[in-house]
Design a protein around this ligand. Structure first.
Ligand code: 5GP
Length: 191
């Protein structure tokens, strides 16, 4: 999506450790007009697909997913990072290795918010190694619901998450796929 790629080129900064910083428009300060355009693009890409619910993970997926949920006219649920996994049986649970924070989170969603047979669109801001998306898929499958697709704002194509999930047969729609980025020169190329 050219609009997003142009914005990443203009305002994104490349950090050491394969981290792209986009906090002035995506995951700290948020450009909601841009999110609305991104949501329209996912609506086009998932045309004809049954989507009953949007699922994302706190915190930085939530803003984008709000626009997506409004565009599709369905509820949004966000998975919570829990302090303790010692919870009652009303929760779907999984573990997610955080790429940016280098730690493992227990992640939960109340069972009542994902029902058996529902078709869910998973949304997140970034895909690196795919851990966040795989965790969200586990939550959906744990509810005997269906992952209809995965919408990612920025996929880092030089990391394996997108490849792994496409090979598993999921429809992964990333609006910008970074082919390479260089922390020294700041150069970013797209696929
Ligand atoms: P994965 O689980 O696919 O390895 O990484 C995806 C998660 O890590 C996303 O939810 C996102 O919050 C974070 N993340 C991964 N790579 C980046 C990055 O380059 N920049 C930022 N800001 N977040 C990232």
């Amino acid at each position: 999506m050219k609009l997003l790629e142009d914005r990443i080129r203009k305002d994104g900064t490349v950090k050491e450790g394969n981290v792209l910083k986009v906090d002035c428009f995506l995951n700290h300060q948020m450009d909601i007009a841009l999110f609305d355009e991104m949501a329209k693009e996912w609506k086009r890409l998932f045309e004809g697909h049954r989507i009953d619910k949007i699922l994302t993970i706190e915190a930085s997926g939530i803003g984008i997913a709000c626009s997506v949920a409004r565009e599709f006219g369905v509820p949004l649920v966000f998975a919570k990072k829990a302090q303790s996994i010692n919870l009652d049986g009303d929760m779907l649970k999984t573990e997610i290795q955080s790429f940016t924070h280098k730690r493992v989170y227990n992640v939960i969603v109340a069972k009542k918010f994902i029902s058996e047979g529902e078709h869910v669109l998973v949304i997140d801001d970034f895909m690196a190694n795919g851990c966040a998306a795989i965790g969200l898929i586990e939550l959906v499958e744990g509810a005997n619901a269906v992952v209809e697709g995965i919408g990612i704002a920025i996929e880092k194509g030089f990391q394996d998450g997108g490849k792994i999930l496409r090979e598993r047969g999921f429809k992964v729609e990333s609006l910008a796929i970074v082919e390479s980025m260089d922390a020294k020169t700041g150069e970013i190329t797209f696929r």
